[in-house]
Ligand binder design. Sequence first.
Ligand code: ADP
Length: 640
Amino acid sequence: MGVSDLEDDDVFEDVRERVDRPMARLFRTYGWKYRFPFAIGFVSSVVARILDLLPPLLLAVAIDAIFGKQDYSLWLVPDVWLPDGQVAQMWLTVGIIAAAFLIGAVFHWTRNWGWNTFSQNIQHNVRTDTYDKMQRLNMDFFADKQTGELMSILSNDVNRLERFLNDGMNSFFRLAIMVIGIAVILFSMNWQLALIALVPVPVIAFFTKKFIEIIQPKYAEVRSSVGQLNSRLENNLGGIQVIKAANTESFESDRVDDVSSDYFDANWDAIGTRIKFFPGLRLISGLGFVLTFIVGGLWVLGEPLGPLSGSLRAGQFVAFILYTQRFIWPMAQFGQIINMYQRAYASSERIFGLMDTPSRIVEDPDAEPLEVTDGHVEFDDVTFGYDDEEAIVEDISFEVEGGDTVALVGPTGAGKSTVMKLLLRMYDVDDGAIEVDGTDLREATIPSLRQAMGYVSQETFLFYGTVRENIEYGTFDVEKAEIVEAAKMAEAHRFIQNLPEGYDTKVGERGVKLSGGQRQRIALARAILKDPDILVLDEATSDVDTETEMLIQRSLNELTADRTTFAIAHRLSTIKDAEKIVVIEDGRIVEWGTHADLLAEDGLYAKLWAVQAGEIDELPQEFIERAARRRAQTETEADD
Ligand code: ADP
């Protein structure tokens, strides 16, 4: 068993507990659909194994007929059908053995076809269903669970299921048929000697059980230490820049050495047990073999061994020896299969655990597609918290007339992005309501809602693919000219043209690296191309230099002229022309109005404006104190 596939720890314990009989559910939900290939695999397994067992039996008959002067007779075949001459009998034997191999090969093929079709299809369905379910889960699910853990379910766990369904079940049936088939043949040839030949079986079963008991905790140890090693390596590679800058290479090498040594020790401990077990099994089966050889051999020679007496023909003796050889190993392999089953069981618990995770955002069965006529948006007394304990935004009420631009302004952490996420229905409000043209968001279908809104955030993610694909993402099927037009409006056209392959340059994780500002401009072009009814710009130009921002602003003015727009911006100059500016502090609206109104009011906005305009050096003391208090409070909460 490899160790590389053991790297994940149980991160889904909480959901696991709710999953009942996961393997039964797996077969019910996914297996039943593929019962036809399963049946082919199963029947072929049986036939192929029976054919595999034929040659030693025929060999025994042939040896006894030729050397032992016995009558040539075959099971289930009337004697009158058999030829008389020895040469003819030999040819018949050869013919049957050859036919058995040939037919056997065909059945081995159909068996593999059946099992692989069964397991690959289940694997594919489970993976796509799990992914489908996962991307529909709430955003907070992704905040809690690390991407690595989710990846491990989608890859490791699904693969492990496949391995069991294919190799595990296949081997199980193969071994079961072998063991039963051989036992039947041995007992029907000579039941006394069969008993002697089977003496090692209970001994091996006992040792295998012990072995599993001892090795399981050791494998768990390996699993956990390889998990730690991977986390450490991943962390260090991600933070390589910090390591270099802080000159901590040797410190980190030592830390890696430590976790790697733990892994080494755990692994060596498991290996130590494993490498003793298999030779031990060989020894026991060897002893059984010797015992059968002695007793059987003496019986062939007509000598009893102490109280054990019996008669045996030379051919039968050969068949016994060949069969016992084949019998012992399957016994040891059962342990492996049980192991595979246990791992597949744990994996399916995790998979179904994920599938059963409830989604907080559910579409109302009576939901209708959202129809944006005017673009009027109203927040009515909205309160929301990411967890049940603390409200992040409270009593938020404001209205935006269709086509207007509203800017949200306030210190970092005030809750501006949260308000926008509520509008996009990434989360549902705890209290109050958000309405678009009089329709509560919760009464609209989710796809229609997302279709109506365009969102450009501070953190722009580009998919691995060409620039063009990234711009048309979500719109699809658009002319190149439209893409170029959108890019021009987002001030992205020029730099895109300078990329090695223009719009066909690959960007994203493995592609050409773009700066934050360039990524934002591509994201902006994407939103422009989508041409949504409502546009949400959350610090959409924060990474762009001031000069480019001014250029983009010109296009944005055109873009937002007749479109309801929400804009969050730190640089107040970019939003001062908004029809309405809502100032949020600490999750509450503290003031609102136009730029001129707010300046006249001389509150937080006026102060922020003065700082940015260079009229005063810093915020008045009272604001700084308030911010410091807020920070201290957040930090104490984080410590709790
Ligand atoms: P702003 O956009 O004004 O900077 P945010 O809306 O991003 O503020 O954040 C408001 C508060 O909500 C912050 O205290 C932040 O730590 C918290 N917060 C933001 N996102 C989450 C989340 N996914 N889970 C829990 N708390 C969050």
